[in-house]
Design a protein around this ligand. Structure first.
Ligand SMILES: C[S@@+](CC[C@H](N)C(=O)[O-])C[C@H]1O[C@@H](n2cnc3c(N)ncnc32)[C@H](O)[C@@H]1O
Length: 212
């Protein structure tokens, strides 16, 4: 399965490779502001950035002392991450692969982390529950899930042109085992043009044992 729900994984990787190779930066250098604001309140731990792309969020997390694993279909995107990490003397583990496989393997190995980031993984609606529940299952007790996605209100302004890939709040409202701290809309500019709208979720694994 691919997070983008069409074609095979190889085609997905190739498509993103071409996009990342065509220009110096496809996405911004700075991390998502809300992620940075929310994570600043935590003690650094272990994090997984699923669909990390060129790695802006992974690099920022590493700069804050987090031990980060960045997963992406694109070796070109992760190549930029590695090059930037070297320039900044930061250490980020990279995995070129399908994030669905990564989640399955992590779960099978019992590898749990303190933070999972899903930034702009615009899966179709029918795949959202399994993506979000699988991401939540990677969290240790007390760990946090951060999700940001382009919202339906962005249609024609920002994000994918296909409404099937735009999120609504309800998509993020019920994730197994998590309690929601914040579920809000964001209006540009930030990661967005002036006219764009995103939705973000900050949720916590609901079991006792929070070390943060
Ligand atoms: C819109 S970009 C977002 C990049 C990054 N999260 C950010 O906010 O800058 C989406 C990324 O998800 C990756 N992606 C989508 N589906 C994936 C999958 N099934 N496995 C691994 N990576 C995937 C793409 O390769 C792409 O780099």
């Amino acid at each position: 399965m691919t997070a983008e729900g069409h074609g095979d994984f190889e085609a997905l990787g190739q498509q993103w490779d071409e996009r990342y190779a065509a220009t110096d930066r496809v996405f911004r250098v700075v991390p998502n502001e809300i992620l940075a604001e929310l994570v600043s309140g935590l003690n650094p731990g272990t994090a997984v950035d699923l669909g990390a792309g060129e790695g802006r969020n992974s690099l920022w997390l590493a700069s804050q002392g987090w031990s980060v694993t960045a997963v992406d279909a694109s070796s070109v995107g992760l190549g930029k991450l590695i090059s930037n990490a070297n320039d900044l003397s930061l250490d980020v583990t990279t995995v070129v692969g399908d994030l669905w496989d990564f989640m399955e393997t992590s779960r099978a190995n019992g590898t749990l982390v303190d933070l999972v980031v899903l930034a702009y993984i615009q899966v179709i609606a029918s795949e959202r529950p399994s993506l979000l529940n699988a991401a939540a299952a990677l969290l240790r007790p007390g760990g946090h899930l951060f999700v940001v996605a382009h919202h339906m209100d962005s249609l024609g302004h920002a994000g994918p042109p296909d409404p099937e890939r735009l999120f609504v709040e309800e998509d993020l409202a019920r994730i197994e085992g998590l309690s929601t701290d914040r579920l809000e809309l964001l209006h540009g500019p930030s990661d967005l043009p002036e006219s764009g709208t995103d939705v973000f979720l900050w949720a916590k694994h609901g079991v006792d044992g929070d070390l943060h």
